[in-house]
Structures are given as C-alpha cells and as structure tokens.
Design a protein around this ligand. Structure first.
Ligand code: B12
Ligand code: SF4
Length: 571
C-alpha cells in the first residue's frame, strides 16, 4: 500500500483560474476523457483538522435523528448519489470513488491517468475539498479539477480552493456539456440501494438483495423557497427546481426498472417535496394500480402538500414513510399554512404511515422562556422519528444574505461546524450560542425519553396500519401491509421484548406501553411471534447492552470505501 504523506497546505493561494457555473468550455478529449468522481475523504466520525467532527458522522439517522437513542439509534450509510447520477449519465470512462481515505484517493491519482477529477462536497467539507484539490495538483497535475455540490455555494470559494471549475447547481447537464455530450438527453437513473450496513440494537442487519429500498431521485431543488432552505436555494430558489423525470409515466418506468434490477418493492424517493407535484404522483398511482404494484414509498413532503391528498390516496400510492417539517406554528412558513400538524401526524400514523417530523430549534421568536414549551409542542407530535436542527443561516440562502446584511453572522465559526447540529453560527436575539446546543440536545433527549425508541414507534404505527388495512379491497394495499407486518412479527416482536426491559431504566411508563404493544402483536400475528421472543429477545437484550457499553467507550462507525467504474478501458 502506498501512503500519501503530503503536508497540509492551508494557504488560500490560487494559481489556476476558477470558473463559476455555466462555462461553455469543453474538455479537448470530449467523451474520451477519463474521469474520477470522488466524495470527500474519511474517517468522518472523529475530530480532525480537515473538518471531520465526531458529532457529524456519515450516518443519516444517527447524525440528526436518533442520535440520543443510544443502542436503539438506527445506523446506516448512504452513498453519494450526486456523483453516481453524473456517472450514469455520461459516456466517458468514469470511476466513482466513495468514502475514500486520503490514501485511497492518493492511490487513485497516482495509479491512473485521470483527465478530469471531480470532487463532491457540502459546506462542512470545504477543508477536505481544499486538501483534495491540493493533492490532485500535486499527484496528478494533468487533471482538470471540477468541484461540485453544496460546497460551491460558499461565498469566495474560488479563492479558498484550487479548482479549475466550480459548479453551482445541477451537475449532470454541466458535465455532459463539458464533455461535449447531449445535455438534453433523457436522464438515466442509476441503480441505487438506499442504505447499507444497517445496525440497530447492537447487530448488523444481513444485506439481502431486495431487502433495502431503492433510491429514486425525481428532481433536485424545491420551488417553495423557504428562506433557510439550502437545497431550494442551490437549485434556483423560489419557483425553481430541476426535474429529472417530468411525468408519472417516466417515473413509473424508472421504478419498474429498479424493481427488476434490484429486486425491490420499496423506494426511498429523494425529492424535497414529492407530493407537491400532485399530477405526477396521481399518474404514478394510476400506473401502480394498473400494473398491480404493491410498492412502498418513503417520501419527503411539506404539510400543505400532504393536505392535497386524502389518506386513502396516500395509502394507495404506497406512502409508508413521510418526512415532514413541523416548524413552530408561530413561524409562519407558507408550507405549513393552515395545517394543524399535530392532528395531521396523528392521522397519518393511524393509517400506518410512519412519520418523520423535523423541527427547528432557535427560530427568531424563540427565547429561553418559551423554547422549552416549543420543544414540548414538537415532541407532543409523537412522530415515529424526529429530527431537530438549529436554525442556521447557510451560505447561499436568503436567510444567510439577510443575516450578513444585518451584521449578525458570527465571525470565526469554522465551516465544519455550520451544520445545525452543534451551535448557532449567528447572533440570536435572545438565545446564546452555548445555550443553542443545550436546547438542541435537550430536544433530542426529551423526544426519546417521552416517546421511546423509534423502533418501538414504527412497530406501533405499522400495527395500526395492519389492523386498519388487512382486509382492504385493494389487493396491493393488503399485500403491502401483510409484507410489512410479516417483517414485524418475528424479529421485531423479539426486539420489543428486549426494548421493554432495557427502557425500564429510562422511563417505566414507556416500557409499559412497549409491553402493551407486544401483547397486541401476540394476538394479531402468527405463532412465530408468540414463540420467537422467548429465544431471540434475551439475545437482543444482550447485544443491546453490549452495544451500550461499546458506545460508552467511544465506538464509532465508518462507511466502506467503494470504487465503481463504468465505460472503463485500462490506459
Ligand atoms: C443523502 C444525504 C446525506 C448522506 C451522505 C451522503 C454522502 N455520501 O455524502 C448523510 C445522511 C450521511 C448526510 C450527512 C450530512 N448531511 Co446531508 N444530505 C443528503 C441529502 C438528503 C441527499 C443528497 C443527494 O444525494 N441529493 C440528490 C443529488 C442528485 O443531489 P446533489 O448531491 O446535490 O448533487 C447534484 C449537484 O449538487 C451536483 N453535484 C454534486 N456533486 C457534484 C460534483 C461535481 C464534480 C459536479 C460537477 C456536480 C456535482 O450535481 C448533482 C446532480 O445534479 C441532502 C438533501 C438533498 N435533498 O440533496 C442532504 C444535504 C446535502 N446534507 C446536508 C448536511 C448539512 C449534512 C450533515 C452536515 C448533517 C446535518 N447536520 O444536516 C451531514 C454531513 C456528513 C459529513 N460528515 O459530511 C445539507 C448540506 C447543506 C450545505 N449547504 O452544505 C443538505 C443539502 C441537507 C439540507 N437541506 O440541509 N447527508
Ligand atoms: S418546503 Fe422544505 S424543501 Fe421546500 S423550500 Fe421549504 S424547507 Fe426547503
């Protein structure tokens, strides 16, 4: 193994001209150019000079949703879909390197003659992007360096990193244009398994083909344009977004292909506000009915978009998991207008739809006096999962612009800490930077303490859905709930057995609720779930406790490094 030992260059000098988005220049080799697309290097869950932070691991749930749930936290990794999307849509020979170490990245550069090195990163990763540009100049001086992803939104980024092109916004069309390919050709969706290396209660779940949902990316951006929203701003802001698949027909076709290729019947739909596009969603439902597709969909949607559908429609569309914003009723965002989010989340859960709520801590009207009540309000939604985030002006957003104009942005906050899970990066009218973290941590803890482990909560929602829909006239709906319940009855009821015991020390009341749900399972499901917990329950209790000890000793998890090549011919 060759090791890269280059010193860290933190200077801001920039000898190569950087060009912002929309360049009309083309690479001289066109589609013959050899491309490397890489995500930023790990390890991630540690504190280092490149901006890794132990509180900012590469794990969606453990990072920002279930992080206070200890061994019950849902842990898994997600690939870097942006560069997978670009790779699938160019005909040039292309390697995607995901989650490399610095050594892996250096080795790629040394052992291959790449013409173009594309690096993807978000704002927290800027120091890594800078280091990777420096390494590329050093080890592969012939390569053109292209940087894309949200990191491109940092004001003055072209002076911070040594790149030839910094691409703001959508990258597939940019790369196609740069290689002289047809920019407007239909988008080819890559086959993406949504998550990997899933762990909960101290065990890693087996990775069977088809067991994990496929990720589908219908669009990027969101036309609602909430002032703090970075994804909306990055792809054009209010009124704008980029659609990869315009119609329900196109989407259905992609999903059928994924179903066949990955053997899946569930989909993680990565669209910021999927239900907002009602016509497309309804057409998809029609085709699902015609094609007898009993698919399950996990989607993001705002409360006002959800309200455009009846519960029946959502259930028939296969919506089984909904990620929605529950911002304070006093905040006045148009996406929430007129919606009683507590009533809505209750109703959704009663129909077997798991709800992932998302609440913002530190809104303008929050004060030390009212924030605990606001947190109680958020927690009282009793959603299956709850994400809390600090109100954060992120570069590129209207909120950031406003805060800058008002002189409220705090200087000397490292970009690596601007992610909403640490402390404020701005001066709040009433809450101090230190207190922002305390309130945030409290919100996560309070939700866990009062509502219990998310694994228990999703079991409860699924049970409600099963009871309601097990005799539904639409066979697709029945099949979906039976399938989901099937998953629950064996292993999950054993997990409930272990949870009930382990949670006694946190909250006796919740532990009793878990017991009550387990009894319900016994009645509703087959013989397996009656017998299995007696054997598997104690095993899971043991693995849970073992995991608890490991975590106390500082155990962290990292994603595996992945290299995938397409259209490849050895140089
Ligand atoms: C999946 C995901 C993750 C995964 C990580 C995946 C990975 N391998 O890196 C997990 C769950 C681990 C994660 C973690 C975090 N994430 Co995250 N994540 C997402 C999410 C939900 C989807 C990303 C995605 O694939 N989108 C779809 C693809 C197609 O879009 P895209 O990545 O933007 O790529 C397009 C363009 O940007 C561009 N492009 C991208 N890369 C490149 C490269 C080149 C060379 C070119 C030319 C173009 C280009 O072309 C692509 C196609 O158009 C987004 C939200 C969102 N809707 O995008 C947040 C998002 C990217 N995450 C965000 C944040 C803040 C985080 C965290 C800090 C957690 C947190 N506190 O919120 C951590 C950081 C982890 C770390 N240590 O780096 C923010 C970024 C904000 C910002 N402005 O920087 C986002 C936008 C969410 C949000 N709205 O706040 N995340
Ligand atoms: S509705 Fe959600 S995704 Fe759309 S702009 Fe607002 S916060 Fe962003």
């Amino acid at each position: 193994m060759d090791t890269y030992t280059g010193a860290v260059d933190v200077s801001h000098h920039n000898s190569h001209p950087s060009v912002a988005s929309g360049s009309s220049e083309k690479h001289p080799k066109g589609s013959q150019a050899r491309i490397l697309l890489s995500s930023v290097f790990g390890p991630y869950a540690q504190d280092d000079e490149f901006g890794s932070r132990s509180i900012n691991p590469m794990e969606l749930y453990h990072n920002q949703v279930t992080r206070a749930q200890g061994s019950f936290s849902l842990r898994m990794f997600h690939r870097s879909w942006g560069i997978m999307m670009i790779q699938a849509n160019i005909s040039a020979p292309c390697a995607v390197l995901d989650f490399p170490t610095r050594d892996d990245f250096a080795r790629q550069l040394k052992n291959n003659q790449y013409d173009v090195v594309g690096i993807t990163g978000i704002i927290v990763n800027v120091a890594k992007v800078r280091e990777m540009c420096r390494m590329t100049r050093d080890l592969s001086p012939q390569s053109v360096i292209v940087v894309g992803g949200h990191v491109a939104a940092i004001p003055g980024i072209e002076k911070m990193i040594e790149a030839d092109y910094i691409v703001k916004g959508e990258g597939v069309s940019w790369m196609r244009r740069y290689l002289g390919e047809d920019e407007s050709a239909p988008i080819r969706h890559p086959a993406i398994v949504s998550g990997m290396r899933t762990r909960i209660m101290g065990i890693r779940l087996p990775e069977r083909k088809g067991a994990t949902a496929a990720t589908i990316i219908p669009s990027v951006g969101c036309p609602m344009g909430c002032n703090f929203c970075t994804t909306s701003a990055f792809f054009g802001g209010k009124g704008k977004f980029v659609n990869f698949f315009e119609s329900g027909n196109e989407l259905f076709e992609v999903m059928c292909r994924m179903e066949a290729e990955l053997k899946v019947n569930s989909f993680f739909v990565m669209d910021e506000n999927f239900l907002l596009h009602r016509e497309r969603a309804m057409r998809l439902m029609e085709l699902m009915k015609k094609g007898n597709k009993s698919w399950a969909l996990s989607v993001f949607a705002s409360a006002n978009a959800i309200r455009k559908y009846t519960m029946q429609e959502l259930v028939e569309l296969g919506v089984s998991w909904l990620w929605m914003g529950l911002e304070s009723p006093k905040a006045g965002y148009s996406k929430l207008q007129g919606s009683d989010t507590r009533g809505l989340t209750r109703e959704l859960r009663e129909h077997g739809i798991r709800v992932q709520g998302s609440s913002i801590i530190g809104l303008e009207h929050h004060t030390p006096d009212n924030i605990l009540a606001e947190i109680e309000h958020a927690v009282s939604h009793d959603t299956d999962f709850h994400q809390f985030m600090l109100y954060t002006p992120v570069p590129g957003t209207p909120l950031y612009q406003q805060m800058a104009e008002e002189g409220r942005l705090l200087r000397d906050v490292d970009y690596a800490d601007v992610h909403g899970q640490f402390k404020f990066n701005f001066k709040h009218a009433a809450i101090s930077r230190e207190d922002s973290k305390r309130f945030l941590d409290w919100a996560f803890w309070r939700d866990f303490q009062l509502n219990g482990p998310s694994l228990y909560r999703i079991s409860r929602t699924l049970m409600a859905g099963w009871k309601r829909y097990k005799d539904h006239p639409d066979e697709r709906v029945r099949t979906r709930f039976t399938r989901e319940m099937g998953k629950l009855s064996g292993v999950y009821s054993s997990a409930l057995w272990a949870m009930e015991r382990q949670f006694r020390k946190v909250d006796q009341n919740v532990s009793e609720q878990i017991l009550a749900l387990r009894q319900e399972f016994k009645q509703e499901s087959g013989v397996v779930s009656r017998i299995l917990p007696a054997f598997l329950g104690p095993v899971l209790l043991w693995t849970t406790r073992r995991e608890e000890k490991r975590l106390a000793r500082g155990k962290t998890y990292e994603p595996p490094t992945i290299l995938e090549r397409t259209n490849w011919v050895e140089a």
